[in-house]
Each structure stands twice: as structure tokens, then as C-alpha cells.
Design a protein around this ligand. Sequence first.
Ligand code: NAD
Length: 474
Amino acid sequence: MSKPVSICVIGSGYVGLVAAVCFAEMGHEVICVDNDERKVKMLHQGGVPIYEQHLPELLRKHGGRNVKFTTNLGESVKNSEAIFIAVGTPQGDTGAADLSFVEAVVSEIANAIREYKVIVEKSTVPVYTNEWISRVLHRHGVAPNDFDIVSNPEFLREGTAISDFLHPDRIVVGVGTERASELLCRIYAPLTDGSYYQREDALPGVCNPHKPARILLTSAQSAEIIKHASNAFLALKISFINAVANLAETVDADIEEIAAGIGMDSRIGPKFLRAGLGYGGSCFPKDVAAFQWVAQQQGLKFQLLEEIRRINDAQQDVYFNKIRSTLWTLRGKRVAALGLAFKADTDDIRESPAIAVIRKLLEAGACVTAYDPAAMEKAQQLLAPSESMQYAANLYEASKDADAVLILTEWKEFAEIDLPRLNRAVKFPIVIDGRNLYHPDRMAEHGFTYVSIGRPGRYYATQGKPKQAALQAE
Ligand SMILES: NC(=O)c1ccc[n+]([C@@H]2O[C@H](COP(=O)([O-])OP(=O)(O)OC[C@H]3O[C@@H](n4cnc5c(N)ncnc54)[C@H](O)[C@@H]3O)[C@@H](O)[C@H]2O)c1
């Protein structure tokens, strides 16, 4: 391996913590800074603040050795060659990204710089943020020769963040100088020259020594746009298939068949063509809004982005109307909510469609019992337990005596439900599936009224003696 690089990562959230442990795994010396003292203390004590596959094992392997944790930003900057900024860039009131965390961090970095540093934007930021960072550094008196700014957007997906980081589709580096470019290439060399994948202890994934990760060098502006445009395009695919799903339903077509047929076209591909409750999470909603804001600032009407958002917002209403039209009135109804996280394999509930649906149900007077394999703790901070909002230890307990079961997150566990057991638990065997995890015929065989997205509803299955019929069928 080429000489290890001393790296400082600022922010220990889904991106910062993952980047920090992965850089350590690649052989670098990493210090990870966060101003959340509780989080840093937890990391010192060997705790894992987020639910992410492989994170516990990599923290055990490198924590306190190749990757250390601190709240001291100044010292960490002084001791590092490259400083990655991975703090949050939430949506502001206008739709623009709120860059105040980034600016605060840059001011602190400025006060600590004594010699040349490469400052890397890892957070998702609008185009020209690299220019703004330069200006802030200048204002604080940092000499132009003492820094370079690089844009190195992150494309990891929560749930598979570690393997996405170590086995990326591409590494985008937006850089304007040879010196900074050389350092970034050295940082990623273990992945791009394939040496990481030759190691016996390498985490397996899609890359290998013969097919190492690819690096794309661009200008900083291009790299910033690549990130926003990538997320907007993925959001577009989701909104597109949801719009087609709504059409399919009106003509008794099946969106799962349609998505399979579209996705088999290699120019389109099957990914992100899952009809459902729409996208959520900490990235797509805010990044589409921020990208639209960027276009507006340049005097451009990027109307398509508005439409992506409109379809996505409407999708939650589409689903909610399905609940209403299945259950009729909602006041006093007991509903089981399976899923709280914005998608499977994460505990992240930011902008979760599941949470939005539950809020609407509570407003309408329904009683909700929720279960999620990973996001219960975080959800309880947002939706405090009460008489009408309860949490259960498993999906069957959540479904006990329920008027309907809602599938809100596509966890594997929810695709593998013991259907006879579910049928015995509920008051009425009604499943309203916002993630299309089941084939309608199978649910009908098990005696369920099954309502899903973009497919004909199956109301007739439960006429007569629904529960008994289902039990005998077993
Ligand atoms: N979450 C994702 O899947 C994902 C994927 C790609 C890109 N991104 C982008 O990466 C960035 C970070 O996202 P995230 O999900 O990791 O956010 P996060 O909220 O999980 O983590 C941000 C961390 O930064 C810390 N922080 C804030 N201000 C700080 C300061 N002044 N000094 C030190 N630490 C500070 C916070 O305490 C927090 O731990 C965002 O711009 C996001 O859009 C996120």
C-alpha cells in the first residue's frame, strides 16, 4: 500500500462515521470529530450510534487504533493532511440546503490551519459551495497556498453503507490542483488499484482485484452537480413508477409486471422501479428541493424536479386514501403499522413516509401499534408512546386484534410473515401493503383482504367467514 494518509472526518453520522471506519479499514490514520459529546462518549465506550451492517465489526477492528473519536476539531485538523466535512446539510425554508453547519465547521478549520491542508466536501452541497468555502477561509486570513478544496460526494445507501463505500460504483473527485488530486488518489488507491480487495480480511462485495473501484476526476462544480443530479434521477425513477402504478390501477393492470417489463430493458434497468409509498429519508427530499433551488438561482425553470416532488408528496395521500376506502371510518380503529424507518435495513426515520402515514392516522383518531426491527427507539422520540400510539415487541404483537395491518417499510422480515399466525392475531384479516411485498393471490389464499399499490385490490377474499376459512386452509 502507498503511504497512509492522516485523515480528519468531521461529523460522525451515517456518512462521517462510515467514511471514518472505511478509511481506517483501507489503512489510513483517521480521527473522527463530532460536537455531539454524547455520541463521542458512546463511540469511546465501544458503542455503535447507528444501525448499519458491518459497522460494529469495523468499529471493533479499528476503534481506538486506526480510527479515534474526539470533540476537539482544532487539534484534529492540525494533525491531518486531509479534512473531510461530513456534517448535515438539511433543507432550509426556501428549499435551499442549509449550509450553516458547513460554514461553522469551515470557520473552525480556518482558525486551526497552520500549513497546507486539503479540505474535502463529503456532505451533499449545492454547486459553488467549494467557492464559498474558499471565501470563508480567505476571510479568516488563511493564505491561498495553504489549502485546496475538493468535492468528493458520497453515494452510499443507508443499510449497505459500508459495502457501498468499500465497493463503490464510482468515486467522484472534483478537484482543481495536481497537489490535491494526488492526495485524493492516494487516499482511494487501495480501492482503485485493487490492493484492498486482495487482502484476506477485505470485506467482500462487487469489486475485486480484477475489477477495482473506478475514480472519476472532474471539476469541483461538476462533482457537486453529479451528486444532486444522481439523487434527482433516482427520485425521478421512483416517482415515475408510482405515477405509472396509479394509472395501472385504473385499468386493472399490475405494476409489478409492468416494472419487470420496463426494467428488463438494459437501458433502463430494474433498480428504483419499486412502486410504493414514495421516497423519504434524509437525502432525496432535501436534495431534489436543493437542486431545484440551484436551478432557480441560475434563472432556470427545472419543472421536472417540481413534478418529481409533487408525485412523491401525493403518493402518501394515495396510500392513505386506500386505508380510508378499506376501513371506511378511522376514529377508534386499531391499526398495526409494520415499519417506521424510511426504508429497510436502517434505523433512520428522517422524512420517513411510514411516520407521515402514522401521523395522519393519529390525526384521524385511529389507534396505532407500531413495530420496526431497528427504528423503534428513534421513532419513540418523535412519536411519544400514548394511549393511541403504542409500540410492540414484534409484528404479531403489533397486529393483535388489529382492524388492519399496514406494511410501511420493506423489511425482509415483513416479506416473510407467518401468514396463518398473522391471521389468528388480527381482528380482521386486512393487509394494506405500501411496499408490494406479497402476491395478491397468495394473500387471498390465506384469507386476507389485500390492498397494495398499482394492482387490483382483493376485497372479495374475506367475504363470509374470513378467519375460519383461512385457518382451515392451513
Ligand atoms: N445519510 C445518507 O444516506 C447520505 C448519503 C450520501 C450523502 N449524504 C450527505 O452527507 C451529509 C451528512 O449526512 P448524514 O446522514 O451523515 O448526517 P447526520 O445528521 O447523520 O450526521 C451529521 C453529524 O455531524 C455532526 N455535526 C454537526 N455540526 C458539527 C460541528 N460543527 N462539528 C462537528 N460535528 C458536527 C452531528 O452531530 C452529526 O453527528 C449530508 O450532507 C447528507 O446529505 C448522506
